[in-house]
Design a protein around this ligand. Structure first.
Ligand code: DC
Length: 223
């Protein structure tokens, strides 16, 4: 099977670009952040502190996560039988997801699931450690970046469009918190794989970013 790893900080455009590229290539798009978000949501629902590794670890046997795809190829996260695709997208759950993702037992719990998908399908998988840990032999690795301000602005507009109350300053603050958290953790931190191709989307439109990433993928896969 062929696999494409797209890593980078939040708001760099990973999910939009990966979803579009997957559709164009006929690959399955796997949003791994959504899986960490589902674990974060479960910890929050159970009033467990997001950094309490023992308590979060003891919740893991109670978590069953399924990934389903609808006709348009959109990924749905099913947590213990319930579709949580919407409720995992709040700013609070973003912080929870970032915190629980630093817990080694959480990462171990989710690793097999991600690798299993890549064994069964041609995938474009986005996350933080796909090229470094989950799929070190991926056929193509892209590292997407953009300035914190550009990323916060995009996320702010997205949240506003959904009617979520927030300020740009708060979104930027949360983004910096997650950048630091995700990059400095001991296990599988956010960092580019040595063989990844960098794409900086700060001054690019979405269309330009998609074209650039698609070009890298098609060239490397020989399509
Ligand atoms: O991509 P996202 O913003 O939805 O991800 C939510 C959090 O999950 C992110 O702050 C860090 C964590 N994450 C991770 O540690 N490893 C991944 N492969 C994907 C996400």
């Amino acid at each position: 099977m062929r696999s494409v790893a797209i890593d980078g900080p939040s708001g760099a455009g990973k999910s939009t670009i990966a979803r579009f590229a997957a559709k164009r290539l006929g690959f399955i798009y796997v949003d791994t952040g959504a899986i960490y978000r589902a674990v974060g949501l479960f910890a929050k629902m159970n009033n467990v502190g997001s950094k309490d590794s023992e308590a979060v670890g003891s919740l893991l046997p109670k978590i069953k996560i399924d990934i389903r795809y609808d006709e348009s190829g959109l990924q749905h996260m099913i947590l213990n039988g319930e579709d949580v695709s919407e409720s995992i997208r709040t700013p609070e759950v973003s912080i929870y997801a970032s915190d629980v993702s630093a817990i080694p037992s959480v990462r171990a719990f989710l690793l097999g699931m991600q690798r299993d998908l890549a064994e069964r399908y041609d995938v474009i998988m986005d996350g933080r450690d796909i090229g470094t840990v989950v799929l070190p032999n991926a056929s193509v690795k892209v590292f997407l970046t953009a300035s914190p301000e550009a990323r916060a602005k995009r996320r702010f507009l997205e949240l506003q469009a959904k009617g979520t109350e927030c300020s740009y300053e708060d979104v930027l603050k949360d983004m910096r918190y997650r950048d630091e958290n995700d990059s400095s953790r001991q296990i599988a931190p956010l960092k580019p794989a040595s063989d990844s191709v960098f794409v900086d989307t700060t001054d690019k439109t979405l269309g330009e970013s998609i074209e650039e990433v698609l070009k890298i993928i098609t060239e490397r896969l020989g399509l």
